[in-house]
Write a protein that binds this ligand. Structure first.
Ligand code: F6P
Length: 419
């Protein structure tokens, strides 16, 4: 669809933040400007904030090349994020009428949403409503999630940087354990995000290198977890090593489907997408190990550090995040709607990948798990195929812009007043 006069674009960020999501925002902004759009609006806190009338004109905030470079290096969601699910169209038609009226008032031609599988539900519903209502606004999704669990794409921006941080941190944890005199042994349990998909936890294998044995075991949520078998494995490993490092996903569950994180007293928080907060898995397991084995234990929850560590970002990831932002904007400009940009890998070594667009209806609300054949038979490690897959995604570095010894970030001035 080519329009004579291009009007405006609106972009939002949704779901869990990453170290690369702002690079996608920079890519959307640059491409919209290069393609002749007048204004690029940014929703504050995604569709939820937009419905409350909260948005900014991004040109007032990203004014120079330096701003854009800072934005690419800034973790978290610059515009603020949300975990909000739109109701089905037939449940609240008025809400859709309101959203489209607001979009029309802002003279929006293209709506870009940067998010994961739950966030793509927003693109799906809004693009469906555009067809029903005869609106010409194009709705396109830009992939993002450290969990790497989006369907139909080789990988998602945000994953490479989180994987690099996890591989690096696990290696440093292992190195720390080397130095200790641990007569009775030490078990370090590292808890890694990813919900029901083991892509992030599997990335702990990257610690394994010429100078490091790597983690002693890796437990992905794709495989039912047995607490007793875990304790036995620790006992076995401690026979030959003073300090062992066990990497576990936050989402490991028993054969009955109970999250290990639910075995401990603690958080019962459920977000608007209906996901339970998974936390405390390592703490619970370290208590059990300490009790059963009587050795020193440590529980390390990488928590938000793994998605905010832009000082350890992957260059490939930051560049690709920028590229998909541009590709999403280009797709919308050229008339696509109800689509999401995906990566298609062309080769592992040398690494090459291109972008395509796919139907968002086949992506929204789905979860792509680690294939069973990329996990060892006994379910306690990942295979060389996993390593071949993840290694290219963590290559290269992005130097932070340091001020007074600390990385500088870009932030929306007056953000608090917009809440
Ligand atoms: O969806 C990405 C993710 O980082 C998951 O891996 C994790 O379970 C979740 O977000 C945590 O979200 P929150 O910080 O909102 O608790």
């Amino acid at each position: 669809m080519s329009k004579i006069k291009k009007r405006n674009v609106i972009v939002g960020q949704s779901g869990g933040p990453t170290a690369a999501i702002n690079s996608s925002l920079a890519g959307v902004f640059r491409t919209a400007k290069d393609r002749g759009y007048a204004k690029v609006y940014g929703m504050i806190h995604g569709i939820q904030g937009f419905m409350e009338g909260r948005y900014v004109d991004l040109s007032e905030h990203i004014q120079t090349g330096l701003d854009a470079e800072l934005l690419k290096r800034t973790p978290s969601a610059y515009l603020g994020s949300c975990r909000y699910k739109l109701p089905n169209i037939n449940e609240d038609k008025e809400l859709y009428e309101k959203i489209f009226k607001m979009l029309d008032e802002l003279e929006i031609d293209c709506f870009i949403y940067i998010g994961g599988n739950d966030s793509m539900d927003t693109i799906k519903k809004l693009s469906d409503y555009a067809i029903i209502s005869g609106s010409e606004i194009r709705f396109v999704g830009c992939p993002k999630t450290i969990d790497n669990d989006l369907a139909l794409t080789d990988h998602t921006p945000g994953y490479g940087s989180a994987a690099k941080y996890i591989g690096t941190s696990v290696k440093e944890i292992i190195r720390d354990g080397w130095s200790l005199e641990t007569a009775h042994g030490q078990v370090v349990i590292v808890e890694i995000m990813g919900r029901n998909a083991g892509w992030l936890t599997g990335a702990s294998v990257l610690a394994k290198s010429e100078d490091c044995d790597g983690p002693d075991a890796i437990y992905l949520p794709e495989i039912p977890f047995d607490v007793n078998a875990f304790v036995d494995k620790c006992k076995e490993l401690l026979k030959t090593k003073a300090s062992i490092v066990m990497c576990v996903s936050e989402g490991i569950r028993t054969a009955e489907g109970k999250y290990v994180s639910e075995m401990t007293e603690g958080v019962e928080y459920v977000d608007a997408f209906g996901h339970k907060q998974l936390t405390g898995t390592a703490t619970y397991l370290s208590t059990v190990v300490a009790k059963e084995i009587g050795c020193k234990t440590r529980a390390i929850e990488l928590s938000t550090l793994q998605r905010a560590a832009s000082h350890c970002a992957s260059r490939i990831d930051i560049l690709e995040a920028y590229e998909v932002g541009g590709a999403a904007m280009k797709a919308a400009d050229e008339g696509d709607s109800g689509k999401m940009v995906v990566f298609k890998r062309l080769s592992d070594d040398p690494y090459q990948a291109g972008t395509e667009v796919k139907d968002v209806h086949k992506i929204a609300n789905d979860e792509r798990l680690v294939p069973r054949e990329w996990i060892t038979k006994d379910g306690t490690y990942v295979t060389s195929e996993f390593v071949t897959y993840v290694r290219p995604l963590i290559q290269g570095d992005v130097a932070p812009i340091m001020v007074d010894g600390i990385p500088r970030h870009l932030y929306v001035k007056g953000f608090q007043e917009l809440l």
